[in-house]
Design a protein around this ligand. Structure first.
Ligand SMILES: NC(=O)c1ccc[n+]([C@@H]2O[C@H](COP(=O)([O-])OP(=O)(O)OC[C@H]3O[C@@H](n4cnc5c(N)ncnc54)[C@H](OP(=O)(O)O)[C@@H]3O)[C@@H](O)[C@H]2O)c1
Length: 229
């Protein structure tokens, strides 16, 4: 695919950093975002040490979002609404990817948090009108992404969204992780299912002391592209 300029908001956390690492390996230009520019720069340097010829820089969340046409939201649901609201003007006309899982985890396991808009991704769409929000990358373990776990190549990235062009772009971007395009899982209104299903995987991980993932069967030989692009 073409080389993208990607901002990762909350890119200093395990999930943002690990996806940024995989995007850098795939040759994309990555801007790590943080509330504190120095933290973003430290994470960018850490990735560059692992991927010497990569193009990764650190900026504030605002600078990162302003600088890139594709933006990944990788912040906890707790700060999500405030972050999206603060970036709203920078998100107009952009593809905004959400991997945010509104979950509570305690000693009994994980459970979904009720989100008034239906899902964190739909909340982002409501708070950032004029952007194309696409839900993806919810089920990938940050630890597996960071350590290049071979089993990721058996997993699928499920993608929900309403704009076919934006959805196809994100499905192609998933190849940076799994080696094959993501799976079109329907409109954005289904994003809540992706988000809450991550809680099921967390519970499976606890029970079986593993890092589980998702693979969809029955797609061999099928054109994965979203129709209508
Ligand atoms: N961890 C996983 O394996 C995994 C897997 C799939 C999806 N996810 C989802 O990906 C998102 C990020 O996960 P994570 O584990 O990387 O989260 P995290 O470490 O809790 O947070 C990521 C980054 O977000 C920023 N942040 C923290 N609290 C914030 C707040 N209240 N407001 C604004 N920014 C805040 C911090 O960066 P600065 O302090 O530098 O600004 C932090 O480094 C979550 O929504 C999670 O559900 C995680």
């Amino acid at each position: 695919m073409e080389r993208l300029r990607l901002a990762v908001i909350g890119g200093t956390g395990p999930q943002g950093r690990s996806l940024a690492y995989r995007f850098a390996v795939a040759g994309h230009h990555v801007v790590i975002g943080s509330r504190v520019a120095e933290r973003a720069s430290r994470t960018a340097e850490e990735i560059q040490l692992r991927v010497p010829r990569s193009s990764v820089v650190g900026r504030t969340n605002n600078e990162a979002a302003a600088d890139c046409p594709v933006i990944l939201l990788a912040v906890p649901y707790d700060g999500h609404a405030d972050v999206v609201t603060s970036l709203r003007d920078c998100l107009v006309g952009k593809v905004v990817i959400s991997c945010v899982n509104p979950l509570l985890v305690d000693k009994t396991g994980a459970r979904a948090v009720r989100v008034p808009h239906g899902s964190a991704a739909e909340e982002a769409a409501a708070l950032a009108p004029g952007s194309d929000v696409i839900a993806a990358f919810h089920h990938l373990s940050a630890a597996k992404l960071w350590r290049d776990d071979e089993s990721l190549r058996q997993e699928d990235v499920l993608v929900c969204g309403d704009n076919p062009t934006a959805k196809n772009l994100v499905m192609e971007l998933a190849s940076a992780v799994t080696g094959r395009p993501g799976v079109d899982a329907g409109p954005l209104r289904m994003a809540g299912v992706l988000e809450s299903f991550t809680g099921v995987l967390i519970n499976i991980n606890r029970r079986y002391k593993t890092r589980s993932g998702i693979a969809i069967v029955g797609l061999a030989g099928r054109n994965r592209q979203s129709p209508g692009a």
